[in-house]
Design a protein around this ligand. Structure first.
Ligand code: UTP
Ligand code: MG
Length: 463
């Protein structure tokens, strides 16, 4: 990203409001590093040598780089464009459209003003570049507003504000957010940790809370010796809290429990919560946990047949009355569920999607599988939910710090891209697009949910 504008246009201010200090490479700042200060013109040549090296090194790693110079030198500007192209990165020019009079006025107010005729020359040059910039081949030429003003206000939501307690908690974009909890760094007091996380999720306005259902912590999330509690027991604890959260699993493998037992647990949870239970259901995939717990792990074809059978069995047990149904001699399941318990099928294989279409209320896929799911469910009223695993920081600095902490040995830029790293305001743009593509509910799973403070960090998403 290359800034263009005369002295006093507000380039450095614009960049500082939007980018991390390390992302901005400034000729003035580098004059201060190799010279007596930001206005030491004798240090210009050394400063620009350094600037070019920094820009090249950052682009080589795919890192966001904001070049804060006047940007008026055609040769330099187009060389940065070529460098970005060579690195396979998008290249953007930001043209500061601050009125010349304002630039002059700000300049006069500075400790070391630029001579008036120099500013005049810069303003003229900026004006002529403005007319040809669109032809240079940038991916985008962004013109700031007339005032050269500071950051547009991002849609932030004040923490701790009251939230909707109605049955349907949807954001202004029409989405429901369910917090998926898969790691349990609860220290010495599991019950308190769980309660605080759930209460924070309720305050933040989440529609629900979902637990992973695994017997051993899965490698995608943590180490095998980290705690992963039995979810239906744990949901019973959460049911005792005063929240409006929907509670369920994402997802319960049909291989763990006979379907009637899952139906019984879900019906009980629904009764205890006054109709806030849901069941995520999948075919199971991790052989190791089955072996470790002495459970059969039949081939996929059989597990998928079991998935289909499980849904019809559960529905039969939840249906009113007791009669023979779904292959059962009687369907005697008391307490009755307090509402129609939604079944969310997890997975995106062809057969899974067919089963979901025939029997489920919703299907849960990864965002990358959204189009497959849409095609398979076209014309049905089965809702689409996505499991989203983003990196979300309070601001740009915090986001990047989290990427550095979480990325392991993955390249930072690759991790950031894969986890859609960004601030809540940036995530909202992405969620708006998901809503437009037919997503009903986002199951939000963040890798660094350490406690209730982290739930509050996510609150701006749930506006
Ligand atoms: P900058 O220091 O951001 O301008 O703002 P610049 O374009 O980077 O200038 P050069 O090229 O490095 O010299 C100039 C002055 O204008 C004020 C800033 O606080 C600074 O004193 N400013 C900038 C505002 O008052 N409002 C703004 O929206 C932007
Ligand atoms: Mg500046």
């Amino acid at each position: 990203m290359v800034l263009v504008g005369p002295s006093g246009a507000g380039k450095s201010t614009w960049a500082a409001a939007r980018y991390r200090a390390d992302e901005v490479v400034s000729s003035d700042a580098l004059r201060g590093v190799v010279g007596s200060g930001p206005h030491d013109l004798d240090a210009s040549s050394d400063a620009f040598d350094l600037l070019e090296r920094i820009v090249a090194a950052r682009l080589g790693r795919g890192l966001t780089t904001v070049v804060d110079t006047l940007g008026l030198d055609d040769a330099r500007r187009t060389a940065w464009l070529a460098l970005a192209r060579a690195a396979g990165l998008p290249a953007v020019v930001v043209l500061l459209t601050t009125p010349p009079e304002l630039c002059r006025e700000r300049n006069r107010g500075r400790d070391r003003p630029v001579p008036a005729q120099v500013i005049t020359g810069q303003i003229r040059k900026a004006g002529s570049i403005a007319t040809t910039l669109d032809l240079e081949g940038w991916d985008e030429v962004h013109r700031t507003d007339e005032t050269g003003g500071a950051a547009e206000s991002a849609p932030e939501r004040p923490l701790g504000s009251t939230t909707s307690t109605t049955a349907e908690r949807r954001t202004s974009q029409g989405l429901r957010f369910v917090l998926q909890v898969g790691r349990f760094p609860w220290g010495e007091d599991p019950a308190t940790w769980l309660a605080e996380v759930a209460l924070a999720a309720d305050r933040a306005g989440f529609a629900g809370l979902a637990l992973l259902d695994h017997l051993i912590q899965i490698p995608q999330v943590g180490r095998a010796w980290e705690p992963i509690p039995e979810p239906w027991v744990t949901l019973g604890l959460l049911a005792g809290l005063d929240t409006g959260l929907e509670l369920g699993t994402l997802v319960t493998p049909v291989t763990f429990r006979p379907p009637g037992i899952t139906a019984k647990a879900a019906a009980t949870l629904d009764a205890l919560t006054g109709g806030r239970a849901f069941v995520g259901l999948g075919a199971g995939w991790w052989e190791r946990e089955h072996a470790a717990y002495g459970l059969p792990f039949p081939p996929a074809r059989e597990r998928l047949a079991d998935l289909e059978h499980a849904i019809t069995t559960m529905r039969a047990l939840w249906a009113p009355g007791t009669k023979s149904a779904g292959g059962l001699p009687e369907t005697t399941c008391y307490p009755r569920p307090a509402h129609e318990i939604p079944v969310i099928v997890g997975g995106s294989g062809d057969r899974t999607l067919r089963i979901a279409r025939a029997h489920a209320d919703a299907v849960n896929v990864r965002t990358s599988e959204l189009e497959r799911a849409r095609a398979a469910l076209e014309g049905s009223d089965v809702r689409i939910t996505v499991l989203d695993l983003p990196t979300i920081g309070r601001d740009r600095d915090d986001t990047w710090a989290r990427v550095e902490r979480l990325r392991g040995s993955t390249k930072a830029t690759a991790y950031a891209e894969r986890t859609y790293a960004g601030t809540p305001a940036e995530q909202r743009v992405r969620y708006g697009a998901l809503a437009d593509r037919g997503v009903d509910t986002v199951f939000l799973a963040v890798g660094d949910l350490d406690g209730p403070d982290d739930v509050e960090r996510l609150a701006p998403l749930v506006v």
